[in-house]
Design a protein around this ligand. Structure first.
Ligand code: SF4
Ligand code: SF4
Length: 496
């Protein structure tokens, strides 16, 4: 067992209000620069919708992530031999149209226009060439038309859904959408790391944050294609690629990343997970149906004395182990099984997990008058306004059972709290609901508290970080490849 620690995240989608404060906090700190105008290391999408860049989930078009060939994971983009042939013409890159042409406004015109009969206006101008432009798209373009069949119908996830399911999604009286904030997932089997011909991208030893060494980057942009989430970006001014750095300078001083810190809905949780690096290869070789379960199995119980001893042996400091024991991410992902990885079928083992949005499920069940435990837990999900299949394609590689189970637990918690606070459900009904999903009252209370009432310290359990000099790189790329079969760099930390 080779234990590593990873700073991981949970986003609770029920709580996101789509205010984009997170995106602006990130933009102000990191990407308000020449060449980075179009970059949104943090963006918030509207689902159903096409996202940013447009239809990023269509891997037939963008060739991101991994696929199994003869039972082994291969980059969908190309192998290394093909990569050499395509160095100068990568055909799977998003274009400016897929992102958008960044713009600003001629604010000066508001102040400097000569006196006249008309009100001066600030016309939009391109931030690339400074010429006037017609704005036709933007990073959150779905917002205005979110959920409608005018725009959202192009969502790649709708492919293969039945007419009846689509009808339910686009029924105009019940039009529904939810917000989907996205940042880099700091994956364990990152496509960007494996695809980089310069070896410029690496996973940081002490906490698993994926970074691009700007001195080594040669701007080949293979990472842009190979990341199925489109979370690396090419800076046209510097000629290098860039990506979310999880605000590591903030983490190193005990502060949450800016997008987490500023989140108005308090939807974001951050904490350490301990995992067994020896299981990475096996975890990405399984069938789609089993991917989430295998990823969960890799995550180790930080209270297990054997795990603690092995973690110490692997050089993980006591402070990080203690942080792992207090991790809200561990609770949501492993203990409660409520949070799921985004598109696990890309096989990058993303370490950002999402609690699926429940609200529309319940409101649909109420409209049909089903209030009792049996109906709320089971029938309501069959008639949910967002078909479970839509969510399972997004968060469970099509495994409906995992999403259903998470929803049932969340509904059971609601029934339990309703009995306590509203009183239209009896205590017996509430206990029956908990029993149906195998949950104790203590667990229901803990889920409720961490979801609804967590303070800053409960949402963000930031591990102590050591100085650069304390971290030894004990595996070179060849050694790591020999050990794991793939991946470029990952090393245990020492003596933090
Ligand atoms: S999401 Fe994963 S593959 Fe994409 S940039 Fe982040 S670590 Fe790399
Ligand atoms: S700041 Fe929080 S609530 Fe607002 S859009 Fe971002 S993730 Fe959602």
């Amino acid at each position: 067992m080779k234990i590593r620690s990873q700073v991981s995240m949970v986003f609770h989608l029920d709580k996101c209000i789509g205010c984009h404060t997170c995106s602006i906090a990130c933009k102000n700190i990191w990407t308000d620069r020449q060449g980075a105008e179009y970059m949104w290391w943090n963006n918030v999408e509207t689902k159903p919708g096409v996202g940013f860049p447009t239809q990023w989930e269509d891997q037939e078009k963008y060739k991101g992530g991994w696929e199994l060939k003869n039972g082994k994971p291969h980059l969908k983009l190309q192998n290394r031999v093909e990569a050499l042939g395509n160095l100068f013409s990568n055909p799977a890159l998003p274009t400016m149209d897929d992102y958008y042409e960044p713009w600003t406004y001629k604010y000066g015109d508001l102040f400097n226009s000569p006196l006249g009969d008309d009100q001066p206006t600030a016309r939009p101008i391109s931030r690339i060439d400074g010429k006037p432009i017609e704005i036709e798209s933007g990073p959150n373009w779905d917002d205005d038309l979110g959920g409608s069949n005018i725009y959202a119908v192009n969502d790649p996830l709708l492919e293969n859904m039945t007419d009846e399911e689509k009808q339910r999604l686009f029924s105009i009286e019940q039009l529904f959408y939810f917000y989907m904030p996205r940042i880099c997932n700091h994956c364990l089997n990152a496509g960007c790391v494996a695809a980089c011909p310069s070896g410029a991208i690496y996973k940081r030893a002490e906490d698993g944050i994926v970074l691009i060494n700007q001195d080594k980057c040669r701007g080949w942009r293979m990472c842009v294609s190979a990341c199925p989430y489109k979370k690396t970006y090419y800076n046209w001014s510097t000629g290098k690629s860039e990506k979310c750095i999880l605000c590591y300078p903030r983490l190193e001083t005990g502060q949450a990343p800016a997008c987490f810190h500023s989140c108005v809905g308090r939807i974001r949780y951050l904490g350490v997970l301990l995992y067994d690096a020896d299981q990475i290869e096996a975890a990405v070789k399984v069938s789609d149906e089993q991917l989430v379960q295998r990823q969960r199995e890799m995550i180790l119980d930080p209270f297990d004395p054997k795990v603690v001893a092995a973690a110490k042996e692997s050089g993980i400091p006591d402070g990080v182990i203690t942080a792992a024991q207090r991790s809200p991410v561990y609770r949501y992902v492993k203990e409660w099984e409520l949070a799921l990885p985004l598109h696990p079928e890309y096989r990058t083992l993303p370490m950002l997990f999402y609690v699926p949005p429940l609200l529309p499920v319940l409101s649909a069940s109420q409209e049909s008058g089903t209030q009792r435990v049996e109906n709320d837990l089971f029938s309501s999900l069959e008639n949910a306004r967002v078909p479970v299949r839509y969510m399972s394609r997004m968060l469970a590689a099509g495994n409906d059972e995992l999403v259903t189970k998470a929803y049932q637990k969340m509904i059971a918690v609601r029934i339990y709290k309703r009995a306590e606070t509203v009183g239209d459900v009896t205590a017996d009904e509430a206990n029956a609901a908990l029993a149906k999903v195998g949950m104790s009252a203590e667990e229901a209370e803990a889920i409720y508290r961490l979801t609804s009432l967590p303070n800053y310290q409960e949402r963000f359990v930031i591990p102590p970080t050591g100085r650069e000099g304390d971290i030894e790189e004990v595996h070179d790329p060849q050694q790591r490849k020999a050990e794991t079969g793939f991946g470029r760099r990952q090393s245990p930390h020492r003596g933090l």
